[in-house]
Structures are given as C-alpha cells and as structure tokens.
Design a protein around this ligand. Structure first.
Ligand SMILES: [Zn+2]
Length: 467
C-alpha cells in the first residue's frame, strides 16, 4: 500500500510540475502529460504486453502488419514513431495506446475479407492517435478527478494492471472508452487516411457489417463492438462517404491472403483434416485464387512438418507468386528445418534486396546459430538489437550466441535488457551490475552499452522504487 501511495504522490508531483511549466509548452494538451511521461507509460504498457505472452511470435505476420500500418500512418504521430503489435487472440479486437502504439488481435484479421477492411480498422485507430484523443480524455478527466488519473498512471508504472482504475481502461484487451464524438471523429479522419493511402473506403462499412453479422452467431458481441458501439449509425455514415468516392477497382493483395492463411493455420487443431480438405478443393478447382489455395496447402504441410511435400507444393505456384517476399520467406522457413546450408544461401540472396527487414534478419541469426556459425550470429544479433530495440527476442538470441562464445558480460547484458523489456527492474539492475563487473577488460563500445543500459534503468527506477 505504501508503495502505491508513494507512486501516487510522485505522479502528482510530476503532473503539478508540468502545470508550473505550462507557459513553455506550446501545445496546451501537453500540459496534462509530457512526451517523456507518455513514453514511460507506453513502455510500461508494452512490458505488460510482453509479460502476458500474447504477442505473436510470427515475425513475418508482424512485419506485414507494421508495413501496412506505416503506409497508413504516413510518418510520426505526435512525435512518436508508430508501432503495430499483433496479438494472438481470437477475440475480434483492436485498440490504440499512448506512445503511438496500436494492437490488433489475430481474431480481427481472420474476420476481415480484404486488405481494405483491415486497413479501415487500423486507419480508425491511427485517427484516435492523430487527434490526440488520449490527451483530450485525460485533460477532461483531470478537471474532475486528478487523483484517479494519478492512481491509474501509478498502477501502470508498477506493472499492476489489476490496480488500474478504469479511467484509461488499459488492459491488454480493452482500449480507452472514447466518447461518441471521438469515435465519430476517428471514423471521419480514418476514412480520409484510408483514401489517401489508396485503399478502398468501402472497407470500413463492409467490416462493420461483417462484425455485426458475426455477432449474431456468438453469445457475446466482439470486443471491438463493445468498445465501438453505435455501429449502425457508423455503417450508414461511412457508406455514404465511401459512395461519394469515385468508383475504382481495388485488387485484393496476395500479401494479405498469405498472412491470413498463416494466422488461420497457426493454431489449427486438426491440420491433417485441413490438408485433405484443401487438396480436394484444389483438385476440383474450388478456389478464388489458385496461388492462394496452393499456398494454403504448402503452409499446412509446413505446419504438419511434411517439409518436402510443402516445398514441392510451393514450387507449383505461379512465377509471380514465387517471387513474392512472403512466399520466399516461407520456402526459407522450410529449408531452415531440413537444409540449413541452402536456407543460408537463400537468406543471403534475399538480404541483398531487403537489408533492413526485421523477419529476414531474425531468420539470418537463427540460421547462423543452427549452422554453428557463432561469431557472425553474435555480431548480427548485436546489430539486430540496435536496430529493433523493442524486440525482446533479439536479447534471447544474443544471450544464446554469447553463451556459445563464452562472452560472459554479454550474457548478463542480454539478460538485463530482456528483464528491462519485461519491467523487472530490480533483476535487470542486478544483471547490469554483474555485466559491468565482468566487462572490466572489454572494449569501449561494450562498456558504453552497459553504461547506457544502467542509466536507462536508473531513470525509471525512482518511479517504481520500493519505498
Ligand atoms: Zn475507436
């Protein structure tokens, strides 16, 4: 209890400080929450998401979602670089969070039938962020009950979502309950975002209709409808806007279909039954796209660990589909299981064209580890961690390669970083100290890394310090 009180007073001081410096802040909404504090809250929230274990471990799908989201966002939002998180959860839901974070449940993607439908949901969430609905909401709430906000922030910072008072409504599954006005605004701006990024605006009413139809067959409506009520009027509004746009043919993207396939098959219980079914469909030519049907079969065979049959199936895709980045990565995923040397050649060749791709770089490290090429794997994982500091997996790989090379200070450094990303500050600090003591004779770059990590932990420490 004492801990909670200390935090509340700390945060109150934080908020009061901001009011005192209000004159220097150009954006009046920033008086309620500075960029730095928003960043800390966002990090705490992300740590919760990592701890919950619900983040997808498929780098290919996550990569796709981020590309799609960045195309819609078109750049930074309120000073933050937007990030899109894929959550393994069959509930139909999506939500935005502070620090320009957007989370999409796999269940929502599975329900969409076109990339424009998925894009419409993301565009709506981006609009909430662009219109600063969080700040506006806090601004409003603060007038009435500043304590409640402080208590909520405190609960987030100490990583106790159960203590969170539902003002901000942050769980991993519930977004803030925006007002009806905010929802309408997010729809209006969202459809603009959709059109500007060259997606079909009809995707928005189409997906609303699909969700409401879907809820008829379930005992409870999708979470997304619970946090986004009034959809009847929103179907009408968005249909009208979409109709006003000149008719244009929008091709359904192969990437979207491939990612949907991966999500659908990932946790399928009876994969062999599915394989039989899809084989029959291909035989009878019962499909919209031959390439998609064959990818479904190929990926199902990969899930069933029938690697050679999976490769043979993917080799029958059209030339165009075989050149698709996701198909190429899928072939590599299979070869990583049965022919690591060939996988390495394919990874190197593909990396020439996509040097900064997250999924590709991750596979490169994993495959080098499989090939026992520990030094290049170690160096790549150091680079990867620098390039994608939010991906906790990179520190697991760094630890693994450091252990093989007996680089002990790096093992503890990787442990410390991983713990920091999971909001276990005390253990993170301990590991950093161990790394520091082992790095006496290390190069300056590594010493610098440890020092930076230590100061990052120390910066958050007072906010979560026990007494
Ligand atoms: Zn909304």
């Amino acid at each position: 209890m004492y801990l909670k009180k200390t935090l509340i007073s700390l945060i109150l001081i934080m908020l009061i400080n901001q009011l005192c410096f209000a004159a220097e802040t150009p954006d009046p909404l920033r008086q309620v929450l500075s960029i730095t504090d928003e960043q800390i809250i966002a990090q705490a929230w992300l740590a919760q998401l990592r701890r919950s274990g619900s983040l997808s471990d498929d780098p290919v799908s996550t990569d796709y979602l981020n590309k799609l989201g960045l195309r819609l966002a078109g750049g930074n939002i309120d000073g933050f670089s937007p990030k899109f998180h894929l959550i393994n959860n069959n509930q139909v839901n999506a939500f935005a969070f502070m620090g320009a974070n957007i989370a999409i449940n796999s269940g929502l993607i599975k329900l969409t039938e076109s990339e424009s439908e998925l894009a419409s949901v993301i565009a709506h969430e981006i609009a909430h962020l662009k219109q600063k609905h969080f700040l506006r909401q806090i601004h409003e709430q603060r007038k009435m009950m500043p304590m409640t906000i402080a208590g909520t922030l405190a609960a987030m910072l100490i990583g106790r979502p159960d203590l969170m008072i539902p003002v901000l409504g942050v769980g991993t599954q519930h977004s803030i309950n925006f007002t009806r006005e905010h929802e309408k605004e997010a729809d209006r701006i969202g459809i603009k975002i959709l059109i500007e990024a060259d997606f079909d605006p009809q995707g928005m009413p189409d997906f609303f209709k699909r969700m409401s139809q879907n809820s008829i067959y379930n005992s409870r409506p999708p979470d997304y409808l619970l946090t986004h009520p009034w959809y009847e009027s929103r179907i009408a509004d968005s249909t009208q806007t979409a109709k006003a746009i000149k008719y244009k043919q929008y091709a359904n993207k192969l990437d979207f279909e491939l990612i949907k396939t991966r999500l659908e098959l990932k946790d399928l219980i009876d994969i062999n039954f599915y394989i039989k079914k899809i084989k029959n469909k291909i035989k009878q030519k019962k499909y919209k796209s031959e390439d998609v049907a064959k990818y479904k079969l190929g990926y199902a065979l990969l899930c069933a660990q029938e690697y050679k049959a999976a490769l043979a199936t993917l080799a029958t895709l059209s030339k165009e589909a075989q050149d698709n980045f996701i198909v190429k990565l899928t072939v590599i995923e299979i070869n990583m299981q049965i022919n690591t040397k060939l996988a390495q050649e394919q990874l190197n060749a593909l990396q020439q064209f996509y040097p900064n791709n997250q999924a590709l770089n991750l596979y490169l490290i994993e495959n080098l580890i499989n090939l026992n090429q520990n030094l290049p794997a170690f160096e790549l994982s150091l680079n990867y961690a620098k390039q994608f500091p939010d991906d906790a997996k990179s520190y697991l790989l760094l630890r693994q390669t450091a252990a093989r090379l007996d680089k002990r200070s790096y093992i503890h450094y990787a442990n410390a970083y991983w713990l920091l990303l999971h909001a276990d500050l005390e253990a993170a600090l301990q590991e950093t100290n161990t790394a520091e003591s082992l790095a006496v004779n290390a190069d300056t770059a590594h010493k610098q890394q440890i020092a930076e990590l230590k100061s990052a932990i120390n910066a958050i420490q007072p906010l979560v310090a026990n007494e």
